[in-house]
Design a protein around this ligand. Sequence first.
Ligand SMILES: Nc1ncnc2c1ncn2[C@@H]1O[C@H](COP(=O)(O)OP(=O)(O)OP(=O)(O)O)[C@@H](O)[C@H]1O
Ligand SMILES: [Mg+2]
Length: 274
Amino acid sequence: MSARPSISEGTLAEPSKDRANPAVVVKALNLWYGSFQALHDVNLQVPQGKITSLIGPSGCGKSTLLRACNRIIQRLDYVRIQGSIEVFGTDVFAPANEVVQVRKQVGMVFQRPNPLPLSIRDNILFGLRLHDPNVRKAARAELDQVVQSSLQKVLLWDEVKDRLDAPARVLSLEAQQKLCIARLLPVKPRLLLMDEPCSALDPKATAAVEELIWELRGEYTILIVTHNMAQARRASEECVFMLLGKVIEHSATDEMFVTPRSQKTADYIEGRYG
Ligand SMILES: Nc1ncnc2c1ncn2[C@@H]1O[C@H](COP(=O)(O)OP(=O)(O)OP(=O)(O)O)[C@@H](O)[C@H]1O
Ligand SMILES: [Mg+2]
């Protein structure tokens, strides 16, 4: 194995080169579920317009960190948080009135596709109806255009254009997950959080959804949790390795997989644990 510079604990959260306006800034974040501390002094800057993947063994806090970024973690009354997260300059833990603003900017995709029990069309328009009071007055043609362009963006239009009124849940898992991404787009989020979005999909569907995520880069900032090393390597530009609630290393993906700076990262990538 190649020699790596020795490092002290928790020092490898390195900013990437382009740090002018990070999409997400996490500072000194500690999080407890009851008396159990799940995140320890997490500091992280997620660059705009790139795909950043979060990797690490099961239970290391990836989903917890992702859920803190749009505040859904605070639905649990036994969660206690110290530190701060800013998303495009807005403090995520600020009083409730600002949270709507944060949520509009942040969309989330979960492990299992979770379309609403509505038609394909109404799934796409749901977020818009929730966030934009003027939608009720919008012309049908205008809304049709929103539906079409959102579905085109996720490469689903041709497959569903003749059955927009069918229930979303009759679609294949791959199409449902694409729909779950498409329904975020009308609200024009800037940050997409994805928690293992391909874990319920077969290899062919995984490849299709990954391809789509890659296409969305640039226009959106994407923070994606994955257990799939090949996916992290293929689909992301920066990579964050977590272990036991701490960020161990944050590097350009190419560097992390070729010359990880931490022995712990190397052990994980090489499959020695988790
Ligand atoms: N709602 C909860 N209540 C109590 N403890 C929780 C809760 N959610 C997660 N935990 C604990 O917090 C730690 C981090 O969990 P988290 O789900 O963030 O890990 P993860 O890295 O996403 O794991 P996985 O790869 O299995 O999805 C784990 O020890 C887990 O048991
Ligand atoms: Mg998880």
